[in-house]
Design a protein around this ligand. Structure first.
Ligand code: PEP
Length: 262
């Protein structure tokens, strides 16, 4: 069974350190009853140190929203995987669509995945189509993102990998709707099949496949069962401690997802 994972992607929020500390403190209070689920808080880089101090010795894990592909040097404004490891980061979101939109290429994303897994941190590789065309070309597009994102990632390293399926059209406040659970189920099977081609059955079944895009209290249970995902990458809803911790509770009480046969 794959342990469920919930990752709070705070993006560039909240707007002050005081608010960030208050938010994580509230989540921490509820975390005693989180059970077996892995709950990751990914604050803005500048807040990592303070958030880490608050979550130390709790069940919460620290995440980062981005990383440099380089180890050191003339990289103004960047943060290396080694620096994030020193800051006690365990999960790193890579290739988020908001970063891809700023020009991050598949090649750079792949180098980031390797940099992170080489240091035994977990790479959360985000993939997702911008639109769903009637011809179904988005399947090929996603296949390409998986293949290029995981280039040269050895089978052994897949234990430090999470795939986050985030269809761009379903993300953020401008999204018209979240994905439907049937659509998500189809994608989960498709992603597993792509992983199976790359790593074989026994490893592919162990790589968590999570979903992100307008996840809220109303759809989280449906996605877990109907979508057969192993967890969630949560944006807006993770900025409300009550809503986020309730989502963790729903995920916990929903039991383990059935194995998706591909
Ligand atoms: C995201 O951007 O990773 C995301 C899932 O955002 P939201 O939950 O706000 O749609």
């Amino acid at each position: 069974m794959i342990q469920k994972i919930l990752i709070a992607n705070w993006k560039m929020n909240p707007s002050s350190l005081a608010q960030a500390k208050a938010l994580v403190t509230e989540i921490k209070k509820a975390s005693k009853v989180f059970g077996e689920s892995l709950v990751v808080i990914a604050p803005p880089t500048i807040y990592l140190g303070e958030v880490q101090k608050i979550i130390a010795k709790s069940k919460l894990l620290l995440g980062a929203q981005n990383v440099s592909a380089e180890k050191e040097g003339a990289q103004t404004g960047e943060t290396s995987a080694g620096m994030l490891k020193d800051a006690k980061v365990e999960y790193i979101i890579i290739g988020h669509s908001e970063r891809r939109a700023k020009g991050e290429s598949d090649e750079v994303i792949n180098r980031k995945v390797i940099a992170v897994t080489d240091l035994a941190m977990t790479a959360v590789l985000c993939i997702g189509e911008r639109i769903r065309d009637d011809e179904g070309q988005y399947f090929e597009f996603l296949h390409g993102q998986i293949k290029s994102g995981l280039k040269k990632l050895s089978p052994k390293m897949t234990k430090s990998l999470v795939i986050a399926y985030e269809p761009i059209w379903a993300i953020g406040k401008d999204a018209k709707r979240a994905v439907r659970k049937e659509e998500l189920h189809e994608m989960t099977i498709f992603i597993r099949k792509a992983l199976l081609e790359l790593y074989g059955k026994s490893l592919a079944y162990k790589i968590p496949v999570i979903y992100g895009g307008s996840v809220d209290l109303n759809n989280v249970g449906d996605f877990l069962h109907g979508g057969m995902v192993d967890g969630f990458l949560i944006g807006r809803a993770s900025l409300d401690a009550k809503v986020f911790t309730e989502m963790v509770a729903i995920t916990k009480s929903s039991g383990s997802p059935k194995i998706v046969k591909v």
